[in-house]
Write a protein that binds this ligand. Structure first.
Ligand code: PLP
Length: 397
């Protein structure tokens, strides 16, 4: 293999994490389901306890080769990263990452378009422990420098933002943070490391809700944090102290999902783009909020920093009220109505960003609908949406 030829994503997700000592001669590491690891003697127990337990059987809470394999695979997908830790959900991953950095008296900056449970963590749990926060305009870029105060310890980012898809200038924010010794965290769930390499771009802690694209089949809750060399020990210590562990069965399903993630993302991307471009041509639609389209805030940054898009976006209806929007969504046959996303099946939900913003004021011509485009034939989904938009028009009048 040539040294200069970079290995493509589709190849990396197939090979990543499949160490021979963990697979023992089969293709995928089996499910190692265990709480207790047995030692041969007291001397062995003592010796093992004195060593670093990273990737070494110790006790079930510290994982087994099943979890290490998935964690290692996710590290391999983020060039420059040191280690990954797994959590029982994406929200648990966000909590562990934040608690590994913040102490009472510190302040956290949070983008206004952050996933709502991230906002609640800042205004609830973190506040209760004496950690302050400020919400900022996700499009602030290098202007973040003006918000940094003496207590600012960490800057959280989520790009693109939840519901409204503002693309953040991560390199500009990272540059400001690095100059001041501030930690940066990124919720990279939408892009995954296949579309945005967070650690390479200077982010200290890259978070994934593995529940979405890694698992890919809407049947497992999973989270991960991938850390830069400067941040992994503190993250590990905090995760151990919090008692965080993902089950071997869930990690195994995460690994199974990962093997097809590159091909799934390519299909999600193509189908979502086709549907987004079709929606742009429709008179019932005022605007499409998809990072790969020029109408999305931060589109220039997207073109500069991302290697592609995925399957989740929103669109703004041209007028209409709650009833007209509900008529549209209720009329859809191929879209489920439900939270979460990243699975093989399409979903549609009403999106109400004005309920979850405090630093910016969303100003849209009508209600928003968020679509997760699954792996169905996109032409079937378009026909379904055409029918839904007709129902919307009938009710809107
Ligand atoms: C779903 C989601 C999460 C949380 O993941 P869970 O596994 O549901 O806890 C975090 N961030 C984003 C952007 C999400 O969409």
């Amino acid at each position: 293999m040539s040294k200069d030829r970079p290995i493509a994503d589709a190849t990396r997700v197939v090979a990543a994490g499949r160490r021979a000592e963990w697979t023992q001669g089969i293709v995928s590491p089996p499910v190692w389901r265990a709480s207790t690891h047995l030692y041969g003697s007291i001397a062995e127990l003592r010796a093992n306890g004195a060593r670093d337990t990273h990737h070494r059987l110790f006790y079930g809470r510290r994982g087994s080769p099943t979890q290490w394999s998935l964690a290692d695979a996710l590290t391999e997908l983020e060039p420059g990263a040191e280690a990954t830790f797994l959590y029982p959900s994406g929200v648990a991953a966000i909590a562990a990452a934040l608690l590994s950095v913040l102490s009472p008296g510190d302040e956290l900056l949070v983008p206004d378009a952050a996933y709502d449970p991230t906002r609640s963590m800042a205004t609830g749990l973190l506040k209760r422990f004496g950690i302050g926060h400020r919400f900022y305009d996700p499009l602030i870029g290098a202007g973040i420098a003006d918000l940094i105060g003496p207590d600012t310890r960490a800057i959280f980012m989520e790009s693109p933002g939840s519901l409204t898809f503002e693309v953040q200038d991560v390199p500009a924010i990272v540059a400001v943070a690095k100059a001041r010794g501030i930690t940066t965290l990124l919720d990279n769930t939408w892009a995954t490391p296949l579309r945005f390499r967070a650690i390479e771009k200077g982010v200290d802690l890259a978070i994934l809700a593995g529940t979405k694209y890694v698992v890919g089949h809407s049947d497992v809750m999973l989270g991960s944090v991938t850390a830069a060399p400067s941040h992994w020990r503190r993250l590990r210590e905090t995760s151990f102290q919090l008692g965080q562990v993902s089950s071997p069965d869930d990690a195994w399903l995460g690994s199974r999902g990962l093997r097809t993630m590159a091909v799934r993302l390519n299909q999600h991307e193509q189908s979502a783009l086709k549907i987004a471009r079709w929606l742009e041509t429709r008179p019932e639609v005022a605007r499409v909020l998809h990072p790969a389209l020029p109408s999305c805030p931060g589109h220039d940054v997207f073109m500069r920093d991302f290697t592609g898009s995925t399957g989740l976006f929103s669109f703004v209806l041209n007028g209409g009220d709650e009833a007209a929007r509900a008529a549209l969504i209720d009329a859809l046959a191929h879209f489920g109505i439900g939270y979460s996303w990243g699975g093989f099946e399409s979903l549609a939900i009403p999106a109400d960003p004005e309920r979850h913003r405090s630093a910016t004021t969303p100003d849209f011509a009508g209600p928003l609908v968020r679509l997760q485009i699954g792996l169905e034939d996109p032409d079937d989904l378009i026909a379904d949406l055409a029918n839904g938009l007709q129902r919307f028009s009938d009710v809107r009048g």
